[in-house]
Design a protein around this ligand. Structure first.
Ligand code: URA
Length: 244
């Protein structure tokens, strides 16, 4: 293990475990089939959507270009009126790893990119600890707009935003989803089970394995929990490697 990586693990409060041969978790990408070409962009305005199902179906047929435009134009839940801009997501659109957080915070709202504040720095370190660069993964949130005062997303907001995230997942076709934080995990899995109970096992979102870990903002406040997060990351590496 090189010195840089040891330093990153140290940032995570982790004394790394190294095999006799110094091998590290394998996160090598496998060759993947090309994403099927998307259908022609579908125009979507919430006002003209006949039904919730119709809206979800229209979103489910979008390609990346149409999806980005639809998120930018969305005013479905009212959060857009109070935020600076939508925060679509960032990273490799064919990534093996998809990281899903809660919602943009103040810095993300300003910059239009998820996880760019202090929590984002720690997320980058967590990824680096398992040999992944931020650019190699895709990062998105349950909500594309910042809730005022960073309050928790309301169920109806998450529900209205969900088709966008589902389409992102369908287009990316990740090998593993890492849900960071209680809100992301509970929304994705439609449960109110505590994060303490959700972490430590492999869930599924459709046919994609999903591992839950603590939100980096929580880890900044509770560094003693970083060991558990490291265990979660190793579980995710094993799961992704198993090619589930
Ligand atoms: N917290 C999140 O859950 N998402 C972000 O994008 C930033 C902070």
């Amino acid at each position: 293990m090189d010195a840089k990586r040891l330093g990153r693990l140290h940032d995570l409060g982790i004394t790394p475990w190294v095999t006799r041969h110094g091998s590290q978790p394998a996160v090598a990408r496998e060759p993947r089939p090309a994403t099927p070409p998307g259908p022609a962009p579908v125009s979507l305005t919430v006002q003209s959507a006949a039904t919730k199902d119709g809206r979800a179906a229209a979103i489910a047929a979008m390609d990346w270009t149409a999806l980005k435009a639809a998120v930018t134009a969305c005013t479905a839940c009212g959060l857009r009126a109070g935020c600076t801009q939508t925060v679509f997501g960032v990273g490799d659109e064919r990534a093996k790893w998809l990281v899903i957080g809660e919602a943009p915070g103040a810095e993300e709202d300003k910059q239009g990119e998820p996880f760019v504040g202090r929590a984002g720095q720690l997320l980058n370190s967590m990824l680096a600890a398992i040999g992944l660069k931020r650019e190699q993964v895709y990062i998105a949130n349950v909500l594309k707009c910042r809730p005022p005062g960073n309050r928790d997303p309301k169920p109806e907001e998450a529900e209205l935003c969900r088709p966008f995230l589902e389409r992102q997942i369908a287009l990316i076709r990740p090998k593993i989803i890492l849900a960071v934080g209680r809100i992301a995990a509970q929304n994705l899995l439609h449960t109110d089970t505590t994060i303490g109970r959700l972490r430590g096992t492999v869930h599924r979102l459709g046919d994609v394995p999903l591992v839950v870990t603590y939100h980096p903002a929580y880890l900044l406040r509770s560094p003693g929990e970083k060991r558990k997060a490291w265990a979660d990351l190793k579980l995710a590496v094993r799961t992704a490697g198993a090619g589930a």
